[in-house]
Design a protein around this ligand. Structure first.
Ligand SMILES: NC(=O)c1ccc[n+]([C@@H]2O[C@H](COP(=O)([O-])OP(=O)(O)OC[C@H]3O[C@@H](n4cnc5c(N)ncnc54)[C@H](O)[C@@H]3O)[C@@H](O)[C@H]2O)c1
Length: 320
């Protein structure tokens, strides 16, 4: 039996993680702390009747508050997801990643140290690897992130490593690829759907459309995280979590047009990337997780198509 804290639990991935955790039978209490900067109470509204859920709106950079909460609910495991999730804004406002991507992790680690809390699952990212032409596995290095967001996550990983070593905290670090699914708060599909609504003639796509990455549906991601947490018992564990394939931005635009039955034509702004800090191609090696017996149910194209349908349905429900 376990008492769990999910930081950023009212966000896109966090809300799906909470649903799956509460569907299990070993949760005594599940505390969500989210400042609703990007997430919202609506994302967890389907869980509010569950008496094991405690939803708190607060900024986790407040270490005293976080420490008191860990103590009050006797938390033994933290899933730390709270961060700035919008890489494109951080070029103009780098402090957002210092505060919300790095400092939130510092705060979690200090609160865990104060309470002798022993288990940490961390939402890291493939963005830490920067722009590499090589295939990247978990041992790839040296690592040079090109976004402030990637830097904030890499700095977080470094302190998680030292805290894990100094205070015997068991850690599972997951370097997510692009994650898609219902309740997205940002990202390529969310962006295309918004643009299609606003412009009846053109879908403007950032870059030349050849940017190519691996996409994972959020249901597979949550399943992969819980699979690895159960299976791996070393003190410090790192995983690239994802599928074996990738898809380019042009194909994603075509799928969104197909699924929405839109008439708009696709136009590219040009250049090899969408914004400064965007990594145009990621060759992501996921052999470690695959060889451990886990693989996603949906490949990149299926994950994209499923997400478009989920987001269309959500918008229809919102309009009812
Ligand atoms: N979605 C992806 O493709 C992707 C890829 C790689 C890594 N990640 C990581 O996964 C995690 C979840 O991402 P997501 O896509 O669900 O994004 P999200 O923005 O929907 O969720 C993040 C949540 O954290 C909250 N938050 C931010 N700063 C906070 C603070 N200081 N105090 C309290 N709450 C705060 C936000 O309000 C939001 O609800 C993040 O750590 C993100 O960096 C996401």
């Amino acid at each position: 039996m376990t008492n769990v804290l999910v930081t950023g639990g009212a966000g896109f991935i966090g809300s799906h993680l909470c649903t799956t955790l509460l569907n299990g039978d070993n949760i005594v209490s599940l505390v969500v702390i989210d400042n609703f900067l990007l997430g919202s109470e609506k994302n967890v509204s389907h869980l509010l009747n569950d008496s094991r859920l405690i939803l708190i709106q607060h900024d986790i950079n407040d270490i005293s508050f976080l420490s008191e909460t860990l103590n009050q609910y006797n938390i033994d495991t933290v899933f730390h997801l709270a961060a700035n999730s919008d890489i494109s804004v951080s070029h103009t406002s780098p402090s957002v990643d210092y505060l919300n991507t790095f400092n939130t992790t510092w705060s979690v680690l200090e609160a865990m140290r104060n309470n002798n809390c022993k288990n940490l699952v961390f939402a890291s990212t493939s963005a830490i690897y920067g722009e590499s032409i090589d295939e990247i596995d978990e041992n790839y290095g040296p690592i040079h992130p090109i976004s402030h967001y990637g830097a904030g996550k890499l700095a977080s990983e470094a302190f998680i490593s030292s805290f894990s070593y100094n205070y015997n905290i068991n850690t599972w670090l997951f370097r997510f690829p692009n994650v898609v699914g219902g309740r997205s708060t940002h990202g390529i599909i969310y962006d295309f759907l918004r643009k299609l609504k606003a412009d009846s003639e053109k879908l403007i796509v950032l870059g030349n459309g050849t940017q190519e990455k691996s996409y994972l549906h959020v249901s597979d991601l949550v399943n992969g995280i819980l699979f690895c947490k159960e299976k791996y018992a070393e003190r410090y564990n790192t995983f690239n979590v994802g599928g074996l394939d990738s898809i380019n931005v042009k194909r994603i635009a075509e799928i969104v047009i197909e699924e929405t039955k839109s008439k708009q034509s696709i136009h590219f702004t040009g250049g090899d990337r969408g914004w400064i800090g965007d990594v145009p191609k990621v060759k992501y090696n996921t052999n470690k997780i695959k060889n451990s017996g886990w693989q996603p149910a949906l490949n990149s194209e299926m994950a994209i198509r499923t997400t478009v349908r989920e987001l269309i349905k959500e918008a229809e429900n919102d309009n009812k």
